[in-house]
Write a protein that binds this ligand. Structure first.
Ligand code: PLP
Length: 402
């Protein structure tokens, strides 16, 4: 409804420049439902929302009202969360290789929890944040995830002893272990192995005189139906390896926002492609958003957004064109973004039962994770599309004052 009413109000022939830009509709009720679902399935794990995934202010406000913590990766993210009135103790600076200036900023702002995974970071921490509450991030098997992180971060299990010994020598405060099984994880077994490894490091730390009290199980959870089985496996291994006295936190990102955002895009141009030999006609559709914009998720997050028809113009020529097809479902399209680059393709082949023309609108569901946050301004297009907020849950409406 929100999608439709906005596009109905736009006349591309007369509207102000930019009024026909792509836009999101965000249902904050969906974020709220994901929160309830998390509490039901992973009651032991206190989520620290990974801001990088979608730093939308209303999402952050809602999650803050719901009492979540936050995983921040940079100064800007920490600043954004602190501005909402969140206490620094609810933030973990979950970046094992930090910029010195950012680390100084975080420390001055009172953010103490942070991760590390290498010797050099320990020396840096000693110099700038000697009172930090450190989490040793360990390597995981992330081979069954969409976005692998372990080739970049995580201490191998044969290096954790040496790192803990150095931390002891430097008189640093190591309070726990962190891991991440890869974003968009699909194999629950990765959690079992990671929890077992974390247990090993807890014991190693105890032998060196540390009292670790918190395990950070990272992100990797998807919002689809694989969440419940994944959560069940994780909960069982947490209960097996960690007594209730150990605090468990997580850093979910995608799980909270993926399904909450829908993106509407305007068809700005069309090219008709005829194949004389086969006697077929297909169309190349050009939209006003692409892989350099909110569809950056195609490149960075290995997504395959599914196009759906939001508004089909029914212009004068429409019926004539349509009557040219015996089977409307035969109409074939490729869908492209607005920039000059050939890589800017959203779908190289899809079909609609309708003829889609310039001025029509398409929409794409599940566009909340790793989309807007990694959009660029390449070719001069905007990287900041409007968000129309709705809220399908009274509980969330009350919290947000909607
Ligand atoms: N924590 C860290 C350190 C990350 O690098 C990421 C994603 O890259 C996340 C949490 C969020 O992961 P996800 O969106 O898969 O939950």
């Amino acid at each position: 409804e929100a999608l439709k009413s906005r596009v109905e109000a736009i006349d591309p022939d007369t509207c102000d420049v930019g009024d026909e830009d792509a836009f999101f509709v965000a249902d904050l009720g969906e974020v709220y439902r994901q929160h309830l679902r998390w509490k039901k399935n992973l009651a032991r794990v206190k989520p620290h929302y990974a801001v990088k995934c979608n730093p939308d202010t209303q999402v952050l406000r809602l999650l803050s009202e719901l009492g979540l913590g936050f995983d921040c990766a940079s100064k800007n993210e920490i600043e954004t969360v602190l501005k909402l009135g969140v206490d620094p103790s609810r933030i973990i600076y979950a970046q094992p290789c930090k910029t010195k200036g950012y680390l100084r900023y975080a420390t001055n702002a009172g953010v103490k929890q942070m991760t590390f995974d290498n010797v050099d970071e320990l020396y840096k921490t000693k110099q700038i944040a000697p009172d930090a509450e450190l989490y040793l991030r360990i390597l995981t098997d992330d081979s069954a995830s969409l976005c692998r992180l372990s080739q970049k971060f995580g201490a191998s299990m044969d290096s954790t002893g040496e790192l803990l010994e150095l931390a002891k020598k430097l008189d640093l405060n190591v309070v726990g272990v962190a891991f991440h099984v890869g974003s968009g994880a699909s194999d629950p077994k990765a959690f079992i192995k990671a929890v077992q490894d974390a247990r090993f490091v807890f014991d190693q730390a105890a032998a060196l005189g540390f009292t670790m009290h918190t395990l950070d199980v990272g992100g990797g959870f998807t919002g689809d139906e694989s969440f419940e089985p994944m959560a069940a496996v994780l909960s069982a291994s947490l209960d097996e390896y960690f007594p209730p006295s150990v605090r468990i936190i997580g850093e979910p990102g995608r799980y909270f926002v993926s399904t909450a955002f829908t993106l509407a895009c305007h068809v700005i141009a069309r090219r008709t492609v005829t194949d004389a030999t086969l006697g077929t006609t297909s169309y190349m559709l050009y939209m006003n958003d692409g892989v350099y914009g909110n569809f950056s998720s195609i490149i960075f997050d290995h997504q395959h957004p599914v196009p759906r028809v939001l508004k089909n113009g029914n212009d004068v020529l429409y019926e004539t064109r349509r009557s040219g097809y015996d089977t409307p479902s035969m109409v074939e399209y490729s869908i492209w973004g607005p920039t000059c680059d050939g890589i800017d393709v959203i779908s190289s082949s899809c079909t609609f039962p309708e003829v889609i023309d310039v001025n029509d609108w398409l929409y794409f569901e599940d566009m909340g994770a790793y989309t807007k946050c990694s959009a660029t301004r390449f070719n001069g297009f905007t990287d900041n599309h409007d968000v129309v907020y709705i809220c399908s849950e009274p509980g969330a409406r009350a919290l947000l004052g909607f």
